[in-house]
Design a protein around this ligand. Structure first.
Ligand code: ADP
Ligand code: UDP
Length: 237
């Protein structure tokens, strides 16, 4: 399978057409952004980590009953995926307070919740991805009621599978963002990526951050954090 015309260049990935109208190739870059693109930088090797890690997660989730866009890993940075129409909602699941949740509600980071939470952001860079609820999403016709219910069910399932999996690697899954898409036949599948760019991972013993917060917060050790989480995922410990 080969890359044809570039369909899109985003902040972290490029998307290419292929000779199959139902498939595209995503190519992961080392470019990093934060705060809606205001902060820019490079995380050397990130594209490789995020590509490989996403594909491992997608395969694990498929095995556990969550349909995904994953088709085939082509190389370190390139993967064939089902071409989908992205549902313009960022689906965020949280197990522990952090980031915008802590800020918005005036609580400290690190409070473990009794139950995971879910929230949606409207995926719209011009508006700064505003928080949105189910009713607003329906009013804006971003998805149907049935699609929203299915997305919620899948998102909580992803959390159960990933939370348990990362604990076996000595990692707490704090929160993460998912995107879903619709294939040509209308099936809702998990799309985009699952990586240290889109998840918060804390070492279970030390609470050391092993994710993009090290970049967002200028903490240093960014590349090492990506390497460390990748090592645990690939070595299974
Ligand atoms: P952004 O658009 O936020 O800058 P990226 O750099 O990650 O993000 O670009 C990848 C784009 O591809 C995103 O807009 C994402 O929604 C989209 N995408 C992810 N998976 C698929 C897919 N299977 N088919 C089509 N588009 C996808
Ligand atoms: N997230 C993401 N993309 C976004 C916004 C958030 O991948 O555009 C992820 C982020 O990495 C974290 C979770 O979603 O794992 C929750 O992020 P939060 O709302 O706390 O926002 P942030 O602190 O990143 O502004």
């Amino acid at each position: 399978m080969e890359k044809r015309v570039q369909l899109y260049e985003g902040k972290a990935k490029k998307v290419f057409a292929t000779d199959d109208a139902n498939l595209c190739i995503v190519s992961y870059k080392d470019d990093a952004t934060a705060f809606n693109g205001l902060k820019k930088g490079t995380i050397v090797g990130k594209g490789v980590v995020n590509n490989r890690m996403t594909n491992m997660m997608m395969q694990l989730l498929e095995e556990r009953g969550v349909p995904t866009h994953f088709v085939q890993e082509l190389s370190e940075r390139d993967t064939v995926v089902k071409k989908v129409q992205i549902v313009p909602l960022e689906v965020i699941i949280r197990n522990v307070s952090a980031g915008s949740f802590a800020k918005r509600y005036g609580v400290e980071e690190g409070i473990a919740f009794d139950e995971p939470t879910i929230e949606f952001s409207y995926k719209n860079d011009d508006l700064g991805d505003p928080l949105i609820n189910d009713y607003h999403a329906l009013a804006l016709k971003l998805a149907t009621k049935e699609e929203i219910e299915l997305i919620k069910t899948y998102a909580f399932k992803v959390n159960e599978v990933m939370k348990e999996y990362f604990l076996t690697l000595g990692v707490k899954l704090i929160d993460f963002k998912l995107e879903f898409g619709k294939t040509a036949d209308g099936t809702i599948v998990l799309a985009d990526e699952i990586s240290p760019d889109t998840c918060r991972f804390w070492d279970a013993k030390t609470n050391e951050k092993l994710d993009k917060d090290r970049f967002r917060r200028d903490m240093g050790g960014v590349e090492d954090a990506y390497k460390e989480i990748f090592k645990r995922v690939t070595e299974g410990k």
